[in-house]
Design a protein around this ligand. Structure first.
Ligand code: SF4
Length: 729
């Protein structure tokens, strides 16, 4: 791409506006799509995709960049609380005053309770590439947590990883393959059968997989969507839909495995040579006949049989999955069951299947900070040891207990960056009480959140259009150039944290400027900052030639020994790692703890299976409900209700309804349709923040979820397999 900065000639000079097009990265979300950014008089006007660039997409949120960046709701100055916690009364202060207050408080808390009583919690607003690479804790391969308080003596860093991605991207793949998902991809382009299982690629940011699947269909691939909803993806692709009861995906996978084995459709060679635990699995799945699976999943036995047969007969099967499987009592094991099903067909590291990326891809320099020596362990290390092992973090789910009950020790000060805990975690009133009880709460963000109402100090952060940093795609490194100056007094999150380290006396540990940070990251890569400046569309590193079946060639393991990087050296159907920690080594089914089978009397009271967490194209979790062009396309939080369930309750499309269970009641708008399994509801997440329409502000779905109901392996809350009922409000 030759364009770097193109001055456009206006055909009709209707004004004296100066228009410019800059090649840059979208800064609305951390994915950093490479786009042409149209600037008028130095201000962002719109984004435009670059034809032929695989990393260039403008999603609906990217289209709203102008409104996001210049929103009147932006936090533009440091603020200090003047009212009671939760009241949202603040006064403007200088950065110096804010830092002086924070440092004084951190010190006094540390003196009184020890440095472990301080914690950092980061969310997706803090997923900026350079920030994460420099402030990553040591001992983890990828992290969005921030270790800035490690040198101060606190091991307690955590964040949204405790409820998203880590189960799917780290724990489950490590248990099966001995490696993490960042080193694996689904070779959709060459699959003849694509299972979209608990994912909705059309709402991904960006929806790259959706476009790949579309292409695959054109060349004859078959797609099966397995979901409680005939999702937007299923409808757009006109694919087969298998609707199931949420939380029972593992049972469906085991049923398909049962069929695969019975019909002798599995890959004997792969299974014999490269799997560990097949005989135990074979015995275990006998109980998952299609008829039994129908009872559990509500999927007809014939469909279970047909699914197993289609998978068994496919030449190469890929599986697109994500959070749909993470959020049940059986989250990690469901993912393992689905991947085991894929492995039994031999679709592991072959064209069209699940493929390991080649080693020796470009790796920028990370600054890995070690945990403070000799201090106590982080909160949750004992309860969720696998999470701790892969992330070297505390587990955020246990923070309220530490704050309110001093268990395992007091937690008195928190920095929440780029996140919205009260709308993200179950039991918002518990979190409100916890945040209100802290001695210090610092919130770093671009927009006010419900959490920020409880803050002592709010610090204004820049959007990613306003910073200089870098991004690495598989074989491409690109400079994130500053497209517009920081708005108001907002600062790059990176610089906010380095300044905090300075004030705490150890700023010397971190590169002090954005440029120095980029130079540090590039050290040893053979790429220089000059290269990036000269090549605004990025520097490409030739990718090593793809080799398949790497487990046969000693390419998968660092020690060069043939096999997978697991204890057995094989794909572990029976995970030795899980076993060593006392969990079931097989991908065993766990029935949802709250549901028609486990709690039938509760199900009489609340007969609908509650499900939440499906993404939409017009917000980003709790963000953007104040952005006019997005919220007009999704003005109210919805509850999706099957036509039959709605009709038996006298509910019509657009009615205001009450969704309720033993934990609470929340108002939503009814979206009545046949694209959701009967007996199941999908309730929009993300509401409950301080911005946007009253409808969004009032509807925090987590008043209906349960802090005590989680996947015992990952600690992830169950958002997708609970009970509720719906009535007209
Ligand atoms: S996914 Fe959308 S919002 Fe995110 S960087 Fe790409 S265009 Fe921007």
């Amino acid at each position: 791409m030759a364009i770097t900065s193109v001055k456009q000639q206006q055909k009709v000079p209707v004004s004296f506006q100066h228009e410019e097009i800059v090649l840059g990265l979208c800064g609305v979300c951390p994915e950093g799509c490479v786009n042409l950014i149209h600037l008028v008089d130095g201000k962002i006007e719109r984004l435009q995709p670059i034809k032929g660039d695989p990393d260039s997409i403008v999603c609906p949120r990217g289209m709203s960049a102008k409104e996001v960046v210049y929103s009147p709701d932006r936090i533009l100055y440091p603020q200090m609380r003047v009212g009671e916690r939760g009241e949202g009364q603040f006064k403007r202060v200088t950065w110096d005053q804010a830092y002086e207050f924070i440092v004084k408080k951190l010190k006094s808390i540390s003196d009184q309770f020890g440095p472990q009583s301080l914690a950092v919690y980061t969310g997706r607003g803090n997923f900026e590439f350079g920030l994460n690479e420099i402030f990553s804790p040591s001992g983890t391969i990828e992290s969005s947590a921030n270790s800035v308080l490690f040198p101060y003596g606190s091991p307690n860093t955590t964040g949204v990883g405790a409820l998203c991605y880590v189960s799917y991207g780290m724990i489950a793949p490590k248990a099966c393959f001995g490696t993490y998902l960042r080193d694996i991809f689904e070779d959709i382009e060459n699959s003849d059968l694509i299972l979209v299982w608990g994912d909705n690629p059309i709402t991904d940011s960006p929806p790259k997989n959706f476009y790949k699947i579309k292409k695959a269909i054109k060349r004859g691939a078959k797609v099966i969507v397995i979901d409680h909803r005939r999702s937007e993806t299923a409808r757009a692709l006109r694919s087969e839909w298998i609707g199931l009861r949420p939380g029972t995906d593992c049972a469906l996978a085991l049923g398909a495995i049962n069929v695969l084995i019975k019909e002798d459709l599995y890959d004997h060679d792969f299974v014999e040579k490269w799997t560990h635990g097949f005989d135990d699995l074979k015995e275990y799945v006998k109980q998952f006949s299609p008829e039994v699976v129908e009872q559990i999943t509500w999927v007809p036995a014939e469909t279970v049989r047909s699914l197993g047969i289609q998978i068994g007969r496919s030449k190469a099967c890929s599986v697109i999955t994500y959070t749909g499987l993470e959020y049940s009592n059986c989250g990690v094991q469901s993912l393992r069951a689905v991947w085991t099903l894929q492995a039994l067909t031999g679709s592991i590291d072959v064209p069209g299947g699940k493929v390991f990326k080649m080693p020796n891809r470009i790796q920028t320099n990370r600054l890995l900070t070690s945990k403070p020596e000799g201090t106590v362990k982080p909160i949750g290390f004992k309860e969720f040891p696998l999470y701790y092992e892969v992330r070297n973090e505390a587990h955020a789910s246990l923070f309220p207990r530490a704050i309110l009950d001093n268990d395992p020790y007091p937690l008195r000060g928190m920095i929440i960056a780029g996140s919205s805990i009260i709308t993200a975690w179950p039991d918002p009133s518990l979190w409100r009480r916890a945040l209100a009880a802290l001695d210090l709460l610092v919130v770093i963000n671009r927009f006010p959140t419900e959490d920020s109402l409880y803050a002592d100090i709010i610090l204004p952060a820049t959007t990613m259009f306003e910073i200089e940093s870098y991004m690495v795609y598989d074989n491409r490194v690109i400079l994130r150039k500053r497209v517009i100056p920081p708005q108001g007094e907002a600062r790059n999150d990176y610089l906010i944290f380095t300044e905090l380290a300075n004030r705490l006396g150890y700023g010397n540990l971190y590169p002090q400027t954005e440029r120095e940070m980029i130079k540090f990251a590039l050290k040893g890569t053979g790429i220089t900052i000059e290269d990036l400046l000269e090549n605004p569309s990025g520097v490409y590193i030739p990718e090593p030639k793809m080799e398949y079946k790497k487990y046969e060639k000693g390419i998968l393991r660092k020690d060069g020994i043939i096999g997978f990087d697991t204890q057995s050296g094989k794909f572990e159907i029976a995970s030795e790692w899980l076993k060593a920690h006392g969990y079931d080594p097989l991908p065993a089914y766990i029935e949802p703890r709250e549901g028609p089978i486990s709690s039938p009397s509760l199900a009489k009271k609340y007969p609908l299976v509650f499900n939440s967490g499906a993404r939409t194209n017009y917000d980003f979790r709790s963000q953007h409900h104040n952005i006019p062009s997005l919220v007009t396309r999704h003005p109210y939080p919805l509850v999706h209700l099957n036509t039959e369930d709605a009709s038996s309750r006298g509910i019509k499309e657009g009615d205001i309804v009450k969704v309720f269970n033993s934990r609470g009641q929340v108002l939503f708008r009814a979206h009545v349709n046949a694209n959701i399994k009967e007996g199941v509801v999908e309730v929009n997440m993300g509401g409950g923040g301080p911005l946007g329409s009253p409808a969004w502000r009032q509807s925090n779905v987590n008043m209906l979820t349960d802090k005590d109901n989680f996947d015992e392996i990952s600690g992830f809350p169950v958002y997708k397999a609970l009970l509720c009922d719906v009535v007209k409000a």
